[in-house]
Ligand binder design. Structure first.
Ligand code: AP5
Ligand code: MG
Length: 371
């Protein structure tokens, strides 16, 4: 099986070019049979851009006379249908009085095809037939009959053979399905629990990308960016930076990091709103949080560890007792509610953070190995 990367996602082969060609042979045979004794010259209405490859392959196989007209619609951006269908580019020819075979790459809910059928009728077509390369019967909610179907598929996100993910992937000759094997681990815990300390081994052992929002923010501060300047005052006071700021950072990493089996989110999410935003981000590609791995230590130990780290690393937010106390308060009021959130989702894995670094690492490995 072949694996490809399109933007931030990994896809694996679902339908090979050869099977697609066999399916198109069958569709062409049926259209040929339906029109060979007819005086009608059907119009193949290619719905751009997705249907380009399918239309071309289909046309090559037809001996009956056919016309070709194209039309472009935009129905979604990203990985989920937005529910709105707009006519973006007009028709390249007249449909008045003609028998039209709409050529689609894929039909799922049927919202798009319903709009297309309406547009075709408004343009004066005598008869409309629907032909699609791929059909998701489990998702179809409309009554319009689909006259010609190349293949039926499950409700998965796919690319290739004309289909795209944010405009890339259309040029692949096979069809690929999203590989949902990507793992999303949250490394949770109060300040000083050992998240950063334990992250190194975790990313190495499980081929994850470590994203520490705290480190990203300290990087912005060091570079003196506008974001860094705003974040500095809040971090120095032991407060959280605004949700949108860290959410943007996380989404950007998801989109740009490649070649890993998943992500280890250290210090994110830190509020219920951030957890919901993360769920929504992943839901766009039918993905979800794998587990929330939580390192727990008592407040007194937080202070001890942070005092020790202040002498080693010199982090500004470790220097002052008031800042440390406020970080602990912020943790209890804003971040700790996430324990319930992930317990309710059945994704909460608590680990005793007391003990040597090696002992804690062993406990983490026992949990991580389950996934
Ligand atoms: P961030 O950098 O994430 O800080 P934190 O959550 O307070 O966590 P720490 O990095 O302090 O602790 P850690 O668990 O990584 O501990 P470590 O391994 O270093 O965030 C900083 C700030 O950025 C926040 O306060 C906030 O303002 C902002 N921010 C970040 N994310 C945000 C978000 N999502 N939303 C809004 N704002 C955000 O260990 C600590 C010390 O203990 C080390 O010296 C280590 O050597 C030692 N140690 C570790 N394990 C052991 C052990 N088992 N035994 C003995 N010593 C140990
Ligand atoms: Mg840390």
């Amino acid at each position: 099986m072949d694996r490809i990367k399109v933007h931030d996602k990994t896809f694996k082969t679902l339908i090979t070019y050869d099977s697609l060609m066999e399916a198109i042979d069958r569709v062409a045979g049926r259209i040929e049979a339906d029109f060979k004794d007819s005086k009608e010259v059907p119009v193949l209405l290619c719905i751009l851009n997705g249907s380009i490859m399918f239309t071309a392959e289909l046309m090559k196989r037809l001996d009956i006379p056919v016309e070709l007209i194209s039309m472009k619609l935009s129905s979604y951006s990203g990985m989920k249908s937005t529910g709105k269908v707009r006519e973006v580019m007009g028709l390249t020819g007249s449909l008045e009085g003609k028998t039209v075979i709409v050529i689609e790459d894929i039909i799922d809910s049927g919202r798009t095809i319903e709009d297309i059928a309406r547009i075709v009728k408004e343009k004066g077509a005598k008869e409309t037939r629907i032909c699609t390369m791929l059909f998701k019967p489990a998702c179809y909610t409309k009554d319009i009959p689909i006259d010609y179907v190349g293949m039926e598929i499950e409700d998965d996100f796919i690319v290739g053979f004309g289909l795209d993910y944010d405009e890339l992937g259309r040029n692949r000759k096979d069809i690929y399905v999203l590989d949902k094997a990507m793992k999303y681990f949250i490394l949770f815990g109060p300040p000083g629990a050992g998240k950063g300390t334990q992250a190194t081994a975790m990313v190495e052992n499980y081929n994850l990308c470590h994203i520490s929002t705290g480190e990203l923010l300290r990087g912005e501060i060091a570079k003196g960016t506008e974001l860094g300047l705003k974040a500095k005052a809040l971090i120095d006071a032991g407060e959280l930076v605004p949700d949108e700021v860290v959410e943007g950072m996380i989404e950007n990493k998801f989109k740009t990091v490649t070649g890993v089996s998943g992500f280890l989110l250290d210090g994110f999410p830190r509020t219920i709103a951030q957890a919901q935003a993360l769920d929504a981000m992943l839901a766009k590609s039918q993905e979800e949080v794998t587990a929330c791995v939580s390192l727990m230590i008592p407040d007194e130990m937080i202070k001890e560890r942070i005092k020790h780290r202040a002498s080693v690393e010199g982090r500004a937010d470790d220097a002052n007792d008031e800042t440390i106390n406020n970080r602990i308060r912020t943790y209890h009021s804003k971040t700790e509610p996430l324990v319930e959130y992930y317990k309710n989702a059945g994704k909460y894995e608590e680990i005793d953070g007391i003990g040597t670094i090696d002992e804690v690492r062993g406990r983490i490995a026992d949990v991580m190995d389950k996934f």
